[in-house]
Design a protein around this ligand. Structure first.
Ligand code: FES
Length: 265
């Protein structure tokens, strides 16, 4: 793999310059190199280290820690099947097995392009995507495909291979891996508002709370200073306390008189 081109190097410096501590730019920088080269190459690790003035080992430590960074190539469409608990019991395991069988590949592998295919597809089983309300969930280049079935997932990958338009259930039309990685690096493609983002299943709890007038309790943040009461509320509070103490005084006087009467009898 050749070194990064001048345009990519300039954009890497641009990302680093967005942050007060430039090393904070490492995550989007790694997405950018994946957009440029399809994976995180040794040359890209060296380039990021040089720009951020940290060691290559530190960059490599980050790139190998997060599963979104790939040290080997993936397909134009990287298909992640959630096989975490809820998706697994709802059919995620069957979807993953069906796709492995259909694509004739194992986990973390790329299916060969066949004659007539426009795009390649890779497959990976992924952990919970925090989309359990739409289980079983499949992700394509990090976009959600909700409520999948084994046969539906097969049809989807065939459409992707053939170059047909496929929309995410709650997002935009699916773009290629490299295009998606560029967006994750902080270079928008102008399609952020495509798709509903939040679907009915995610909003069900909110609807119930609105119907019943439920609100979240106010919990002050740790160390937060309690708000200073307004003059009116302080006066009202003082009046309430005075009234309460007078009521207590009256009842204790009544108790004392009753006790005195009993002693006199
Ligand atoms: S278990 Fe699959 S999205 Fe949560």
């Amino acid at each position: 793999m050749s070194a990064l081109d001048d345009k990519t190097m300039g954009e890497l410096r641009e990302i680093a310059g967005r942050y007060p501590e430039k090393r904070s730019g490492l995550l989007p920088m790694l997405h950018l190199v994946q957009s440029a080269q399809g994976k995180v190459t040794p040359e890209a690790i060296e380039a990021c280290a040089e720009i951020l003035e940290i060691s290559a080992a530190e960059v490599s430590g980050v790139a190998t820690f997060y599963t979104m960074y790939k040290r080997h190539g993936v397909g134009d469409f990287h298909v992640g099947v959630c096989t975490n608990t809820l998706c697994a019991v709802m059919g995620g395991d069957q979807i993953f097995e069906r796709l492995k069988q259909h694509l004739e590949i194992g986990n973390d592998e790329v299916a060969d392009k066949r004659q007539g295919d426009q795009y390649s597809v890779s497959l990976e089983h992924v952990e919970c995507n925090a989309a359990c309300d739409y289980a079983p969930v499949v992700m394509v280049n990090w976009e959600f495909m909700d409520n999948q079935t084994p046969e539906g997932a097969v049809q989807m990958v065939e459409s992707l291979r053939a170059g047909h338009d496929v929309r995410s259930t709650r997002g935009p039309k699916l773009c290629t891996w490299r295009e998606a990685e560029r967006v994750l690096a902080g270079f928008p493609d102008g399609r952020v508002d495509e798709g509903p983002s939040a679907g009915p299943a995610s909003l069900a709890g909110l609807e119930i709370a609105r119907e019943r007038g439920w609100t979240a309790p106010h919990v002050p943040a740790p160390g937060a200073i309690a708000p200073t009461p307004s003059k009116e509320s302080a006066v009202a509070e003082a009046d309430t306390s005075r009234a309460e103490s007078e009521t207590i005084d009256e009842s204790s006087s009544a108790d004392e008189s009753a006790a005195e009467k009993r002693e006199a009898q």
